[in-house]
Design a protein. Structure first.
Length: 86
């Protein structure tokens, strides 16, 4: 770096440090998940039940089946008004 004075080197070092410093906001995730169990009126788990997640603003629907214990997990959900049903 020819003819760079002390001020130029300090500025360059500061830029490098700022570029390599992690920012708290970078690690945040905007997606969520919903986990639940499908049961009947007696509380017994229902396997292979269809669970539907509806985004009420966009009208988008996603479906998933519960496992053998009635459990389900919907992942990568954007925030907004949601409805879960069967």
């Amino acid at each position: 770096m020819p003819n760079l004075g002390k001020l130029g080197l300090i500025f360059l070092a500061a830029v490098v440090v700022l570029a390599l410093t992690p920012t708290a906001g970078w690690g945040q995730n905007v997606y969520g998940s919903i986990t639940g169990t499908v049961t009947d009126t007696s509380g017994a788990a229902i396997s292979e039940a269809t669970v539907t997640l509806t985004n009420l603003d966009k009208g988008e629907k996603r479906t998933i089946e519960s496992d053998s214990s009635g459990n389900y997990t919907l992942v990568n959900i954007l925030p907004g008004p949601l409805q879960v049903g069967g």
